[in-house]
Ligand binder design. Sequence first.
Ligand SMILES: Nc1ncnc2c1ncn2[C@@H]1O[C@H](COP(=O)(O)OP(=O)(O)OP(=O)(O)O)[C@@H](O)[C@H]1O
Ligand SMILES: [Mg+2]
Length: 360
Amino acid sequence: MSLNRLTIEAFRNIDSAQLLPGTGLNLIYGQNGSGKTSILEAIYFLGMGRSFRSHLSQRVIQTDAGMLTVFAALSQDNGDGKIGFRRYRNGDTEVKIDGCKVRRLSVLAETLPIQVITPESFSLLFEGPKSRRQFIDWGAFHAEPHFYQAWVNTRRILKQRNQLLRDGADYQNIQFWDRELVRYAEQVTEIRKAYVDSLNELLKGIIGEFLPQVSVKVSFTRGWDSKTDLAQLLEDQYQRDLSMGHTVSGPHKADLRLRVGILPAQDALSRGQLKLLVCALRIAQGKLLKQQTDKNSIYLVDDLPSELDADHRRLLLKQLTDTGAQIFVTAIEPTAIVDSLHQAPSRVFHVEHGRVTQVE
Ligand SMILES: Nc1ncnc2c1ncn2[C@@H]1O[C@H](COP(=O)(O)OP(=O)(O)OP(=O)(O)O)[C@@H](O)[C@H]1O
Ligand SMILES: [Mg+2]
């Protein structure tokens, strides 16, 4: 899976750009504010239908423009494809895959799996469990076709249950929903757990290479005590849930625990080490996807050189290129990447004031 043509229009400071990326590593360089991150963001839109920076996707539309467009021609194992994404200022979105309109954004993710690593990726470790849960669920979604429906059902029932709690419903009225909730929660949890187990197999080797001097342990927590039966727990915690107005324990509290010894990783590692750990997680996730579905992810690595010394840059670039996937990396100075690569990049693009040119 790779993009062989990318067109971006009215996207942040990019008026109009066309890139012909190579199948391997694509280097995008330019000064601060030139538009490097915006190019990665545009590719991310194609796979996720939203930005990795702003929660308000409309802000991404170029000032004074009515809509943004991102279009890509893909080469896949099963032939060539096309993805088009358009977002209007009023929020309307048009997505087309091979010329056909698509309604669910999850279809985009299936067509174009994307791994993004940005200086803000630390949020995967620092912020609350939500971003770590999203990380697990991305993998579970791709690994197991039943996951999505079970996850949608779990969310729907939890929402209903929480509404009943706020309405002060007695337990008999809630119990009916709990039976359903437990059924889907168990499916979701089983898939998540199996996913983290498989991920750990791959992760060990990569972490061992990136951080040989520390022992990082990655484990899954389901969102309630693993020795307790969820149905029983929901019943036992009814009074507490009622007073809180929401369901305190359950699959919506699942998490990925990252520990060094007894400490949480974010307290035990330096910033560069944390960046490498996040990279290891993303690379392992991409590799596992390839094993499980034979699909290659597209890697977007923003400001790759920052916070890494030359040796670790080399290690990271080697791990990335060894995946065989298409990679887009940005840097201010091209030498910071080129000097750390074993072979020349597939393509090099220079960005200046939103204009993109390919450098020979
Ligand atoms: N909606 C918008 N319309 C027009 N320009 C915008 C819009 N949103 C952001 N910009 C501008 O786009 C430019 C490109 O930003 P971008 O983050 O892509 O730069 P960058 O090359 O990644 O810079 P850095 O090296 O500092 O990370 C910025 O100068 C920003 O002010
Ligand atoms: Mg940037």
